[in-house]
Design a binder for this molecule. Structure first.
Ligand SMILES: NC(=O)c1ccc[n+]([C@@H]2O[C@H](COP(=O)([O-])OP(=O)(O)OC[C@H]3O[C@@H](n4cnc5c(N)ncnc54)[C@H](OP(=O)(O)O)[C@@H]3O)[C@@H](O)[C@H]2O)c1
Length: 329
């Protein structure tokens, strides 16, 4: 199997975790890193060695030795940076939130299609073992018809607080940063809602410090979703069905060693245990992208373009209902 040659665009916080997990994937190789300043890329490459160290994103996307680029900049810049990669015919794994709005996401996906180049949203949760297991239980009919989903994600940023978290131009606020996880799960489990309600409490810059969302479905299902940059929560989730229940006890978005499955009443809890992830949990999405590229796919069969567009469209509706606005709108 040939090695898939990765480049990283933006040498910030998540890029470090990603680069660390890249080392766990046998057919992946970090060949290039690019930052706005050469010194930033150089200090990144001291921690995570790469053959090419670029002091601009233009230089990175022009490097002929790079097969795929991981876009790790704040979400307000994903549109610009993904288009840049695609224009240079580079495959892309783009961090979540994929873009600021549906319009941007649509442009990004359309360009990938025109260029016949792979593009995927980095929704790592979908590929984590505990979530894959939950999906298998649901598909096997173990919870019956899903009537309820509850999902939350809350954390209180500690100093130094990244400016991007509250900056409207960069897509700041709880919803696009972390609320996107429970929204993703509700859509993945229940599909497109028939109605959406949302309210938020603003942070000092006007973006949402907290946001709560309700999805309703014509078949009677309901999802309650919550995100917060003001408080540390378990960040768990609960899937309630007519025949059973699945509970994500904590950090449902990230790797976990535990899943609770109830086949009936509250007394029927079975604990399903998973091996501890070797890295931060990004190795699963990296392996999946590599597999797609080894097979010359231009789209993931699991994290499809259609799903990313549904997610962005839903986030737009939530923001309109809650009153979360960005200059890019
Ligand atoms: N999947 C996950 O678990 C996860 C976790 C955290 C974050 N994320 C996502 O990853 C993305 C980056 O988050 P992060 O926490 O890594 O962000 P960060 O450290 O604040 O910034 C990432 C990088 O973006 C680049 N950048 C380019 N233009 C910028 C500008 N005008 N202002 C600020 N930064 C700029 C900088 O790279 P250079 O200066 O090096 O070029 C910076 O290091 C976000 O979309 C976030 O939602 C995902």
């Amino acid at each position: 199997m040939k090695k898939i040659r990765w480049g990283i665009l933006g040498c910030g916080r998540i890029a470090r975790k990603f680069a660390s997990d890249l080392r766990l994937v046998a057919d992946a190789e970090l060949v290039a890193v690019g930052a706005r300043e050469l010194s930033t890329a150089e200090s990144f490459a001291k921690e995570f060695p790469a053959k090419h160290v670029h002091g601009s994103y233009d230089a990175l996307v022009s490097n002929p030795e790079v097969d795929v680029i991981y876009v790790a900049t704040p979400h307000g810049l994903h549109h610009q940076h993904v288009l840049l990669c695609l224009q240079h015919k580079k495959a892309v794994l783009c961090e979540k939130a994929f873009a600021l709005n549906f319009r941007q996401a649509h442009e990004m996906i359309e360009l990938a299609k025109r260029q016949k180049v792979f593009l995927m949203e980095a929704f790592w949760t979908r590929l984590l073992p505990h979530y894959v297991k939950a999906k298998q239980l649901i598909e096997a009919g173990k919870v019956g018809r899903i009537k309820y989903f509850y999902g939350e994600f809350g954390f209180k940023p500690t100093a130094p607080v990244p400016a991007r978290l509250y900056e409207p131009a960069l897509g700041g606020g709880a919803l696009l940063d972390i609320g996107v996880y429970p929204v993703f799960m509700a859509l993945d489990l229940l599909g497109k809602p028939d109605s959406i309600d949302a309210v938020m409490t603003p942070a000092h810059t006007g973006v949402d410090e907290q946001c709560t969302v309700r999805f309703q479905y014509n078949d009677g299902a309901i999802a309650n979703l919550f995100c917060s940059l003001a408080t540390n929560l378990a960040s768990g989730g609960d899937i309630g069905g007519t025949e059973g229940r699945i509970r994500f006890t904590h950090r449902m978005h990230g790797p976990t060693t535990l899943l609770e499955y109830y086949s009936g009443t509250v007394d029927t809890c079975q604990t399903i245990e998973f091996e501890k992830a070797k890295g931060f949990g990004y190795e699963y999405e990296i392996s999946h992208v590599n597999e797609c590229l080894q097979n010359n796919y231009t789209e993931s069969p699991i994290l499809t373009h259609e799903f990313t567009l549904l997610l962005m469209q839903t986030l737009d509706v939530i923001r309109a209902k809650a009153g979360i606005h960005y200059p890019a709108d």
